[in-house]
Design a protein around this ligand. Structure first.
Ligand code: R2B
Ligand code: URA
Length: 309
């Protein structure tokens, strides 16, 4: 790296870099990001993604397209939002949209789906030499003791035993990784939420499970092996451990971002209060509005960080 008289390149040089923790990558002549239909030989990743500063991930492809269009408007970018195309259109595994410095990607449902996406995303950001990147999961969740529509900024991502860890099985052994998130980023998001009307927001622990039904203590799945009292006792224990919402990706998201030096936050809206029931019976239009809430909060963060407001 050459340093010019203004020192700008040096400044860039000291900005936090994305760490890929895999010595084998250096020995590979080409890296094919199979589930994105992108690769280091077929695409100029630094040119396509080098300016990315904010990455937002969420379960649904449609929601992440809507978020990209919303960010296009919020950032006042030129051109028509209908021209925003799916960078991964050659595959139907994930969808990816780029608007200015914002990358919006879908990850599907559950730990295995988001983990595959994150491996390829982190390598993509590394190959593109991105620096100083903030990453957000914007999603939905079931609330514990909160009014539906409340946004939860995650303090700690915890597993089904309320432990702040993610257990990854590697070669038949369990590797335990910390799920600690960036406390300053969470605080900043919480502060900005205070300035926004109609955005009830709390900070709390988020429990990540491997199932939507029995795994989240639901009585309405195809299988159920416990009583209503046992369900409520488990939710009460979760509440006492600081858990305010339940979803299906936060622990692996937190663990992988932490190891790779990405500043990460999890922002999920609650669709229901699990003390009151299990079925999601709220009208569709109301659910659509709820799902925009994490998007609005993260958009506010991005605009403030870019000095636009
Ligand atoms: C939240 O919503 C999905 C299940 O409905 C899952 O991906 C999650 O974490
Ligand atoms: N997503 C979940 O994982 N659980 C819920 O209860 C609602 C959305």
């Amino acid at each position: 790296i050459l340093i010019n008289c203004m020192g700008t390149e040096q400044e860039d040089y000291i900005k936090p870099q994305i760490h890929v923790k895999n010595p084998h990558l250096d020995l590979m002549e080409e890296d094919i990001l199979y589930h994105f239909n992108l690769g280091t030989k077929t695409h100029n990743l630094p040119e396509m993604f080098g300016d990315v500063k904010f990455v937002c991930v969420g379960g649904s492809a449609n929601r992440m397209r809507a978020f990209a269009k919303f960010m296009h408007q919020e950032l006042g970018l030129p051109g028509d939002t209908d021209e925003i195309t799916d960078i991964c259109e050659g595959t139907d595994r994930y969808s990816m949209y780029k608007v200015g410095p914002v990358l919006s990607i879908s990850h599907g449902m559950g730990v295995p789906s988001i983990s595959i996406m994150l491996h390829e995303l982190i390598k993509l950001l590394h190959h593109a030499s991105c620096r100083d990147v903030n990453i957000f999961r914007i999603g939905t969740s079931g609330g514990i003791g909160l009014a539906p529509g409340t946004v939860v900024v995650t303090d700690k991502a915890v597993d089904s035993f309320f432990r702040p860890q993610f257990d990854q099985v590697v070669l038949g052994k369990v590797i335990v990784r910390s799920t600690e998130l960036d406390a300053d980023l969470a605080d900043e998001l919480l502060q900005y939420s205070r300035e926004m009307p109609d955005l009830p927001t709390v900070i709390g622990n988020t429990m990540c499970t491997y199932d939507f039904y029995e795994g989240q203590g639901r009585l309405d799945g195809a299988l159920c092996s416990f009583s209503t009292e046992e369900k409520l006792e488990y939710l009460r224990k979760a509440y006492d451990a600081g858990v305010r919402n339940i979803e299906m990706e936060s622990t692996v998201f937190a663990a992988m971002c932490r190891v790779c030096n990405l500043k990460a936050a999890v922002v999920c809206v609650t669709l229901l209060n699990r003390f009151d029931g299990d079925q999601i019976s709220t009208p569709h239009e109301v659910l659509v509005e709820y799902q925009q809430r994490p998007q609005c909060l993260v958009a506010q963060f991005i605009k403030k960080t870019l000095g636009l407001i």
